[in-house]
Design a protein. Structure first.
Lengths: 149, 164
């Protein structure tokens, strides 16, 4: 009588290999993902560009946590729009909630606003500067630069 | 016919196959009565292991470059950071000192060295990745911003970590 040939692969070595692979990958995995916030700085040939400047917002950061926002190069239809706004400090830090809501309102009113310049003071905290840049990016103001001292 | 009936290593494997023994969870019926014992299903274990391996392989290699960070630096946090899509020179600022690719550079030489690096890599639009501690004061970062403008570097990428 013909016996069935029931071929099977031994799965124990497969399990061993998979276990070793899992251990290796877990040990070598990088768990903290580094991301970047990009700023676009002005260089020498920027003055060659012709045409009107796009609307922009300047943010002056003070050591006390106060921020002064000022709008530049707005189109004519925004002539009556307030150009300056001050956000006072909150607990000796930037009032992040007020900044976020102000930027949201500005972006809603001026959808073409995509350029921003952050002007820190010499003692401004780097973490706070990055957080301000992040706030701009949250409201789709993506062409951001930092003014040197 | 004769070849199939020979006692081979394959036959032994067939009789003692762990898959055959472990592929089900059911009662073992002995000669004298019912003895039940659970058996771990190896097939599902392999399935789970394979999924974990594939997940780890994909998540560790998905469009990212490995960027070393100094253990003394606590990077600032940001919600809207971009993934690092291309390899770029890393400039580290640590205790007021500047390091380009782990080499200490004097503040006065910063612009020159960045320009040389840009020429060497033949990348006119070369960005730099800046690593600095979140407590650093801006006066310590300012020389790098001036130097990068002097070197004609338009894009500065500040390294951040997503909020925990």
């Amino acid at each position: 009588m013909k016996k069935d040939l029931n071929f099977e692969v031994n799965i124990m070595p497969v399990l061993d290999i998979l276990s070793v692979m899992i251990c290796f990958l877990l040990l070598t995995a990088v768990w903290s993902n580094i991301q970047t916030i990009e700023v676009k700085q002005a260089v020498g040939d920027n003055n060659l560009q012709t045409g009107p400047n796009p609307p922009s917002i300047w943010a002056i950061l003070f050591e006390t946590g106060k921020i002064e926002l000022s709008l530049r190069d707005l189109p004519k239809q925004f002539n009556k729009f307030p150009r300056e706004k001050t956000i006072d400090a909150f607990n000796k830090d930037i009032n992040w909630a007020a900044l976020e809501s102000s930027l949201k309102n500005l972006k809603q009113s001026i959808p073409d606003l995509k350029v921003a310049l952050v002007i820190p003071k010499s003692n401004s905290n780097y973490g706070s500067i990055i957080k301000v840049l992040d706030q701009f990016r949250k409201v789709e103001i993506t062409d951001v630069g930092i003014a040197p001292l | 016919m004769g070849m199939l009936n020979v006692k081979s290593a394959l036959n032994g494997e067939q009789v003692n196959s762990p898959l055959l023994q472990a592929s089900h969870l059911g009662p073992y019926k002995g000669k004298k009565g019912h003895k039940e014992f659970p058996v771990l299903s190896l097939t599902s274990l392999i399935d789970a292991f394979s999924i974990i391996v594939i997940y780890l392989l994909i998540s560790t290699t998905a469009n990212q470059f490995e960027v070393p960070i100094s253990p003394t630096i606590v990077l600032p946090q940001a919600d809207k950071g971009d993934m690092i899509a291309e390899e770029s020179p890393i400039v580290r600022i640590e205790q007021g000192k500047f390091y380009i690719e782990n080499t200490w550079i004097a503040e006065s030489q910063l612009g020159k060295r960045l320009f040389e690096l840009k020429q060497k890599l033949s990348r006119p639009d070369m960005p730099i990745i800046v690593q600095a501690d979140q407590q650093t004061e801006f006066k310590n970062i300012n020389p790098l911003i001036i130097a990068s403008s002097q070197a004609g570097i338009q894009k500065i990428k500040f390294a951040v970590v997503p909020p925990q």
